[in-house]
Design a protein around this ligand. Structure first.
Ligand code: PLP
Length: 394
């Protein structure tokens, strides 16, 4: 066929792997899925009720404002950490079809062809693909577990060039679970201000971190002089991944430029979902606390179990998200026939029925991403099975 579309980006690794898992399950295999990028529950009852009321109401079914419902934008602005004297309002906020759509709209709006975007890795693969789809150029700055996966200003300096416009930071980070500490953020904010680089700060896991590391990253970066565009949403925090409501918080001219682009592309997400998102932000936050406690319990289980097998994995405790990103370097060194983590992940899936995501697409070929959202007992059994299989692997 002459009109075959060019493949502009590969399918995301999670979507590809999940398709393979579905195939195996259809063939009757018992697979434990440790790939999930979402919490297993449903949104709190008051959120579903608000959506039901909005769906049944005779009003509010037409087009709304392109940048999203003013009440939701206002609520997002109020809950975004500002600096002293800074007044964030509706004009700083654009509601989008999930955080993913916010990121793509930012890149489309802010980048001219060939503009550079610095991406410290390991990183969520969508950043790079979205930048390139928007005509930008990615510049990867690899971090390692030795610095807790935290980018240093020396690292950024080494990869900087005159065409760099944006720096993508994700904290807590998918896939490493690393949370940028205050001192590091202050240094990075100063560096960005000096180089006129805008920070795109992905905070979709911002509420899913634990004591001592919960800090307003935006405020620290802003106080150091950086321009910041925050990306966030209700997906991960409220078990609302399928509702597709996210947002960005940006200087008003940036938000206006994004709104103009959105007016020609997706427009606002559906108004029932926006009403539900508002209910999630305004209502009782106990579900978030429950999720945090559940994740903390599983993180402790995982830490205890993986730290006991240092000849197989090198484990770094995540400080947030629901992912751990252990390195299989100790195993790979002892078993050269296992060329990388992708080979190991394939064998775990086919031989032990455990699905994990290999780290290659995140920029770390020796690591695997293990999601720890599963119910505690099931999770512990799966990790034990994974460890037993890895230990026996030839
Ligand atoms: N940012 C990161 C780091 C993610 O891991 C994800 C989803 O996996 C998203 C953004 C996208 O979130 P949403 O479902 O709101 O589009």
């Amino acid at each position: 066929m002459s009109g075959r579309p060019a493949a502009k980006a590969p399918l995301s690794p999670t979507s590809g792997l999940n398709a393979r898992v579905r195939e195996l399950v259809a063939l009757g295999h018992d697979i434990t899925v440790l790939t999930a990028g979402e919490s297993p529950g449903s949104p709190p009852e008051h959120v579903r009720q608000a959506a039901a009321r909005a769906a049944l109401s005779p009003d509010g079914h037409g087009y709304g404002p392109t940048a999203g419902m003013p009440q939701l934008r206002d609520r997002v602005a109020q809950s975004t950490p500002g600096t002293a004297g800074e007044l964030l309002s509706t004009e700083n906020v654009v509601i989008t079809g999930g955080a993913k759509s916010a990121l793509f709209s930012i890149f489309l709006s802010m980048l001219s062809p060939g503009d550079g975007v610095l991406i410290p890795t390991p990183a969520w693969p969508t950043y790079g693909h979205a930048v390139r789809l928007a005509g930008g150029r990615t510049v990867v700055a690899p971090t390692t577990s030795a610095t807790g996966f935290q980018p240093t200003t020396e690292l950024l300096e080494r990869h900087h060039d005159a065409g760099i416009r944006l720096l993508v930071l994700c904290s807590p980070a998918n896939p490493t679970g690393a949370v940028l500490d205050r001192e590091r953020l202050r240094e990075i904010g100063g560096w960005c201000a000096r180089h006129r680089v805008t920070v795109v700060l992905d905070q979709v896991y911002g509420r899913l971190s634990w004591a001592g590391v919960d800090q307003p990253a935006r405020r620290v970066l802003r106080e150091a002089g950086a321009e910041v565009v925050v990306v966030d949403g209700v997906s991960k925090t409220y078990a609302m991944t399928g509702w597709r409501v996210g947002w960005l918080v940006a200087p008003a001219p940036v938000a206006a430029a994004v709104t103009a682009v959105v007016s020609h592309t997706a427009n606002h997400p559906n108004r029932v979902a926006q009403t539900a998102a508002l209910a999630a932000l305004e209502g009782d936050q106990e579900s978030v606390e429950q999720l945090r406690r559940h994740l903390l319990g599983n993180r402790e289980r995982l830490g205890r179990m993986l730290s006991a097998v240092p000849d197989v994995v090198d484990y770094h405790e995540p400080q947030g998200t629901f992912y751990a990103f252990p390195s299989l370097a100790p195993l790979l060194e002892r078993r050269p026939a296992l060329s990388d983590a992708a080979t190991v992940a394939d064998r775990l899936l086919n031989e032990a029925g455990i699905a994990v995501i290999p780290g290659g697409p995140f920029g770390a070929a020796q690591h695997i991403r293990v999601s720890f959202v599963e119910p505690a007992e099931q999770f512990e059994r799966a990790i034990q099975r994974m460890i037993d299989h890895l230990t026996a692997m030839k």
